[in-house]
Ligand binder design. Structure first.
Ligand code: TXA
Ligand code: MG
Length: 325
């Protein structure tokens, strides 16, 4: 069911109550989180989840993250473990997603898990997401609220630019503070970094007291959203640029001459928060984009992961393999 007009809701109690009622009715609502805007639906309602895939144009074999209000709520759906407990204590609520074995009687639609035996769960830190999850009082499956393969949204305007008329509502709480998606850690087996993101891998390793296994390149199936070409502006992207070539716009970092600077002071958190918004701005110029080198530690690893995907040759998914999200 396509919504002919998308409600633009604010963060008042009345608006959040309306958003929760829409979720309960099986509608798709875009909600702010501290990382990026999500495209939310009741994770127990297969029809509602199907509408998320439909709005994004994403094939249904790509699993979604389930958002809940608390660790206790997460424990209803997954088999908990001491490692999950350590990480949840340290980083929830916050930009960390844990992949854990599904618990029997979980009630989550198999469209959410794409048939996997594991579930990705996260307790977001954004106060508006938290209020909405409490009002809804259930699990919300939410991928980033962008059409499949496109740049993730960090404002409600970005969401509407891609999905206006295709979803019931967007809850507008202003720009997202973290700006890159959550870090995903697999805990169903050996602790594995499935996607770098808003919590630096180093911080997770320090808390676990062990290093995280990394996905081998060419192993896209464990974190199926990790196709190489992703987060793609429509223009060509060139990395590690020091100066712009003719026609290019230069996206800088640190003290340098450029058209737009992710963080003039070289602050990686500021750069992450600006990343997708600046991509959206540069994309509208329809010129090739050159990007300055970004240090590869801490949040820089998440930024560089997104930049490499933005610069990768555009690919369509091999058959049987999940598409970009
Ligand atoms: O910050 C975020 O994580 C945002 C906000 C909205 O929470 N969400 C987000 O969702 O980035 P999405 O759907 O764009 O990316 C989810 C990633 C995908 O790469 C997907 O394949 C992976 O999570 N994923 C979901 N369930 C999984 C599972 N059971 N095992 C491995 N990877 C999983
Ligand atoms: Mg995404």
């Amino acid at each position: 069911m396509n919504a002919p007009t998308t409600l633009h809701l604010g963060t008042s109690q009345a608006d959040l109550t309306r958003a929760a009622a829409l979720l309960r009715a099986g509608d798709v609502v875009s909600l702010p989180t501290e990382t990026v805007y999500g495209l939310g639906a009741d994770a127990r309602n297969g029809d509602a989840v199907a509408r998320v895939y439909e709005a994004k144009g994403r094939p249904s074999f790509n699993p979604l993250i389930v958002h809940v209000a608390s660790t206790q709520a997460a424990q209803r759906y997954v088999v908990w473990s001491p490692q999950a407990d350590l990480l949840a204590h340290a980083f929830w609520p916050g930009p960390l997603t844990l992949v854990l074995p599904l618990k029997s009687g979980h009630g989550i639609s198999s469209l959410v898990t794409a048939g996997l035996e594991t579930l990705a769960v996260r307790v977001p830190a954004h106060p508006v997401a938290h209020r909405l999850l409490e009002l809804f009082d259930g699990p919300v499956a939410a991928p980033s609220a962008n059409p499949s393969g496109r740049i993730s949204p960090t404002t409600a305007d970005h969401v509407l630019a891609g999905l206006d008329g295709k979803i019931a509502a967007v809850v507008d709480a202003g720009p997202c503070s973290v700006g890159v998606e959550s870090t995903i850690v697999g805990l169903a087996g050996e602790p594995t970094l499935l996607r770098p993101g808003g919590v630096p891998a180093e911080a997770i390793e320090a808390r676990l007291g062990t290093s995280l296994a990394r996905l081998a390149s060419g192993d896209p199936l464990t974190a199926p959203g990790q196709l190489l070409s992703h987060y793609a502006p429509s223009a060509a992207v060139r990395l590690n640029a020091v100066t712009a070539r003719v026609d290019e716009v230069l996206l800088g970092f640190g003290d340098m001459a450029c058209d737009l600077n992710l963080s003039p002071s070289g602050d990686l958190a500021e750069a992450a928060a600006n990343l997708f918004g600046f991509f959206h701005q540069l994309d509208s110029l329809k010129r090739p984009i050159a990007i300055a080198p970004i240090p590869d530690h801490g949040l820089g690893a998440a930024i560089n992961d997104r930049l490499r995907r933005a610069a990768a040759p555009r690919q369509s998914p091999p058959s049987g393999v999940a598409s970009a999200c």
